[in-house]
Design a protein around this ligand. Structure first.
Ligand code: FES
Length: 121
């Protein structure tokens, strides 16, 4: 959804697709605009890794944004550099510590693996 269509809305509906370890049934919740996606996920009890403590230096918070990216600020060079080191990146890959919530809805897929392979199944 384009940013202009979301004016006046102060929260984003975050829909997390099912992940066998971190969120088996999937979930949905609302979180305020401007909040970092990693913080929004952690606040919901989704134990996404964040080895560098959310300073865009580890890529363990890698996620795929499957829908709703139109209102989200694109990745900068530092994020792109870190993404290059993440497992299983695709065109919708982002680092959750670099994404600030915007727009009405965001659909998030958590990768099966992370860079440090701590949750390989
Ligand atoms: S927590 Fe390390 S890059 Fe996001």
């Amino acid at each position: 959804m384009a940013a202009a269509e979301t004016e006046g809305c102060t929260t984003t509906r975050v829909r997390v697709l099912p992940h066998p370890d971190l969120c088996p049934a999937g979930t949905e919740f609302d979180a305020p605009h401007g909040r970092r996606l990693v913080d929004a996920l952690l606040a919901q009890g989704i134990a996404i890794e964040h080895a560098c403590e959310k300073v865009c230096a580890c890529a363990t918070c890698h996620v795929h944004l499957r829908e709703g990216t139109g209102a989200v600020r694109p990745a900068d060079d530092a994020e792109e550099d870190q993404l290059d080191t993440a497992w299983g990146i695709d065109a919708q890959s982002r680092l959750a510590c670099c994404v600030r919530l915007a727009g009405t809805e965001l659909v998030v897929e958590l990768p099966r693996h992370t860079r440090n392979h701590a949750r390989e199944i």
